[in-house]
Design a protein. Sequence first.
Length: 151
Amino acid sequence: MDYREVFINYLKKNDLQLTKSREIILDAVFETHSHFEIEELYQMLRYKNKKVSRATVYRTIPYLVEAGLVRRLRYSDQNEQYEHIYGHPNHFHLHCLNCDRVIEQNSPELEKNIEKLAKRLNFKIQDYSVSISGHCSLCEEKETERIDINE
C-alpha cells in the first residue's frame, strides 16, 4: 500500500474527502526529503504556484500525523518540525541545542535494544521516536576556538 492509499483510507474512516488541496499537500510532503515546518511547506507550495490556503495546510498536517504518514518533531516550544515516515526505516535524531541542527542516524543496535525491552515488558510497539539533545561537532569546534582565543 502506498502513502496515498493510506491517506485515502484514513480520510474515509473519518468521513473526510481527498480534496485537490489535500492531495497537493500530501504530494508536497512526500516530495520533501528533509524535516520541514508547516509554514515552510506552505511557502514552498506558494513558490510552486499551488493554489492551497495556509489554513488548509495547517489543518491537513495533523491528519497526516494521525494517519501515521508523518511524525511531529518538537525540539523546543517554538520549533515544531515534521518529517514523512511512511515506508522509511526508524531512526533517531541528534538535535543541537546551539544551532538547532538535526542529524538523523540509523542504529540497528538501538532498534534491537528497544525491541528487547518491549518484549521483556510485554509491550507492543506501534511507533517510537528517539531524540538526543546536545551540541554538534561544528558548535563544539566554534566553542573550542572561542575558548582558545580568550585564553
